[in-house]
Write a protein that binds this ligand. Structure first.
Ligand code: HDE
Length: 701
């Protein structure tokens, strides 16, 4: 997984070249600049503090030392209260189909129009330094810098949410985060507090199905969908509103890992997802998503089985098809993680003329929360002055002062109207107007009647999955609830599952060895059991068509067949697959043609969980050597257990045996590679990503 395309970075008038890990070193001509203090004073010695004598005490007057340490002491800002761990990249959004009939938003009007974009993907529960492949929802936050201001679509990789009303958000987040007394577990929902809250709040059940599915352990940010979740409004020039749900569909297809793999990836490479995004963009393989919209009117909303204001429900694509109207391409990594990814501030209130809110109580609450939290996190009301947050279109207002103000009004007038003919004025024609919705109602703390159905769509999600995916969901419930110490909580969850699917509930109860099956949880509204299965809800039904952008780990040793290796490289290149050689030493191996081929990884640092498929190409002597190596045995055993395609060369059989693969285990996912032509066939087979038939045979418990 090497980064082959290097980028240059310009700092001041100097150009630097980016190294493989992003480190920079100077390449341009010109002298090394003199180190200065923040005040621009040249520094003569940056290695020693000023002291009274060589062994004497440090002197308080050493302003360079004090400034340097003072600044370091203040480097950290508060991490996000949720979505603390994230990774961002730049790109653009281009419109491919016009929605001008539905909205005045210029970004959705003119086909071919491009605007700059910044996207930040994140996990929700873990802290900033937690690992990437936690079982969790992924944030999918998009900032589009349009000519009418910034539009933030702050979405997730799942189309529904845990709760229906923003007032429950602090409880939900407290419950899933580490427990307040012990301070653990980190980045996990597998603990009593989370399942206690969830099982006491039946509105979470649909979302529980999603986070127990493989959607919660994506293979990469590149291979997941994004959703705006809420119903929004588009408003056209006549003031007519159309409801809209937003979708991001990855061109790369959907892909997730399996749980046992996730656990191991987190140890082997806690940065698995961020590294993947960084490397794919820097190697010129730009990830791309289509923007899709589901458009509907009040007639549909009135007839639909559920409330369109309820964020725990989705609208099946069979009822309202997703119209694809644009593409989002990520083509540039950040220059500075802190300045861009950490300081970017998404706010759901950031919409442009032609896009409006609905009364979804979750969305309404979010509109308060995001502005509020950024003010605290970024230190004051001027966080919009930070370059990553500032609009790229002209902006003018009389807001002034505050911490770190970068744009202040010039001249005498700092208010309007004024008699001096100075400064901006509002514009009733082009300015943002709320949708003129008629409102009337008594003040109350109730929810809409249809919000009370918590099980029907959970069931629909489950029945839409392939048997493999259904098994993964069951196993995830069993795993998570096995980490709950309180038996009553386990039983309470099973009681909810009985309203979703009896087979699932029984499977979970068996997996937990529940002594007695509980009664189904009382349902406020009788669940609908006849909702048809919907294919877009499954990952496996929406996989990729190629093995492009996926990684192949190839185990090599001295004496590896040079022709086979060359054929593999050629077939992989033709497919767009990334090959990494894994060897006993990172310096490389001598192949049969006597050449030294450098390796990407030493085997101890590259377990097979880091790859989508593996090839074993040792020489006979190399295979013998590797059978004595525990990491080589795990490499094979894990690839087999995780249902990966395994290609093996003529001398690799002892390694297969050491990995626990008996002659009876040899299946159609384990492919002999004898002639160079076999390699192309192998890569083509890998397009299926996994050989799932094996999984049912390899997991007895
Ligand atoms: Fe968020 N959420 N959220 N959320 N959310 C935050 O804002 C909040 C919700 C989402 O990469 C916070 O800047 C409330 C749904 C993403 O910087 C905070 C409610 C969805 C990100 C906040 C929700 C999201 C956040 C914390 C319930 C999917 C990361 C830091 C009403 C549609 C953005 C921050 C980034 C971040 C509040 C529910 C997505 C505290 C009150 C539903 C992708 O403001």
């Amino acid at each position: 997984m090497s980064t082959d395309k290097r980028k240059t970075v310009t700092i001041g008038d100097q150009t630097f070249e980016r190294g493989p890990q992003g480190a920079t070193h100077q390449v341009a001509s010109g002298e090394t600049p003199t180190l200065t203090t923040q005040q621009g004073v040249p520094v003569s010695d940056d290695q020693n503090t000023e002291k009274a004598g060589a062994r004497g005490p440090a002197l308080l007057e050493d302003f360079h030392f004090r400034e340097k340490i003072f600044h370091f002491d203040h480097e950290r800002i508060p991490e996000r209260v949720v979505h603390a761990r994230g990774y961002g990249a730049h790109g653009f959004f281009e419109l491919t189909d016009s929605l001008a009939d539905y909205t005045t938003a210029s970004v959705l009007g003119k086909i071919g129009k491009r605007v700059p974009a910044f996207v930040r993907f994140s996990t929700v529960a873990g802290g900033r330094g937690s690992f990437d492949v936690a079982r969790d929802v992924r944030g999918f936050a998009v900032k589009l810098y349009t000519e009418e201001g910034n539009w933030d679509l702050v979405g997730n990789n799942m189309p529904v949410f845990f709760i229906q009303d923003a007032i429950k958000f602090p409880d939900m987040v407290h419950a899933v985060k580490e427990e307040p007394d012990s301070g653990f577990p980190q980045a996990q929902s597998a603990h009593d507090n989370f399942w206690d809250f969830a099982s006491l709040s039946p509105e979470t059940v649909h979302m529980l199905m999603w986070i127990m599915s493989d959607r919660a352990i994506p293979r990469s940010f590149r291979f997941m969908e994004g959703f705006g979740v809420h119903t929004f409004r588009l408003v056209n020039a006549e003031g007519k509103s159309t409801y809209v749900k937003f979708h991001w569909k990855p061109k790369q297809g959907l892909q997730s890992v399996v749980w046992n793999e996730a656990v191991k990836i987190n140890g082997a490479d806690p940065d698995f997802h961020r590294r993947d995004l960084w490397e794919s963009i820097n190697s010129g393989d730009f990830p791309e998503w289509e923007l899709g919209v589901q458009l509907f009117d009040d007639d549909f909303a009135d007839k639909f089985d559920f409330d369109i204001l309820d964020a725990t429900k989705l609208i099946p694509e069979e009822l309202i098809p997703v119209r694809r109207i644009g593409r989002l391409v990520l083509n540039r990594t950040v220059d500075n993680f802190f300045a861009e990814t950490e300081q970017v501030a998404f706010c759901t209130q950031n919409v442009v003329p032609g896009i409006a809110f609905t009364n979804d109580p979750l969305l309404q609450g979010r509109n308060f929360s995001y502005l509020d939290t950024q003010t605290k996190r970024l230190g004051g009301p001027n966080f919009t002055h930070i370059p990553i947050n500032a609009p790229k279109c002209p902006f003018h207002n009389f807001q002034q002062d505050g911490h770190m103000a970068m744009h202040n009004p010039k001249g005498r007038a700092n208010y309007e109207p004024n008699s001096w003919g100075m400064g901006p004025r509002e514009n009733p024609q082009t300015g943002y107007k709320p949708y003129a919705e008629e409102l009337n109602g008594r003040k109350t703390r109730e929810r809409g009647e249809l919000f009370a159905d918590h099980y029907s769509q959970a069931r629909q999600f489950y029945t839409s999955q392939t048997p493999t995916e259904q098994t993964h969901i069951k196993n995830a419930f069993v795993f998570e609830l096995s980490k709950c110490l309180t038996p009553a909580i386990r039983a309470r969850v099973v009681a909810h599952l009985l309203n979703v699917d009896e087979k699932l509930a029984k499977g979970v109860a068996e997996g937990l060895r529940l002594e007695k099956m509980p009664a189904p949880a009382p349902a406020a509204r009788t669940p609908l059991t006849d909702l048809p299965a919907s294919d877009p809800l499954s990952i496996l039904k929406n996989g990729p068509k190629t093995f492009k952008g996926r990684n192949l780990g190839v185990l090599v040793t001295d004496g590896t067949d040079a022709d086979l290796l060359a054929a593999l490289m050629k077939a992989a290149e033709a497919e767009g697959t990334i090959v990494e050689l894994v060897a006993p030493a990172v310096g490389g191996v001598k192949t049969t043609d006597g050449k030294l081929v450098p390796a990407g990884q030493k085997i101890v640092g590259a377990p097979s969980v880091l790859y989508d498929a593996v090839v074993l190409l040792p020489s006979a002597a190399g295979a013998k050597l590797l059978t004595g190596e525990a990491t080589a045995r795990d490499f094979v055993a894990d690839a087999f257990a995780h249902a990966k395609f395994i290609g093996y060369g003529p001398d690799a059989k002892p390694l297969l045996a050491k990995g626990g693969i008996t002659p009876e285990d040899m299946d159609d996912g384990i492919i002999p590679l004898e002639a160079p032509s076999d390699l192309k066939t192998f890569i083509t087979l890998c397009r299926k990503l996994r050989f799932w038939d094996r999984e049912a045979r390899t997991h007895a418990v």
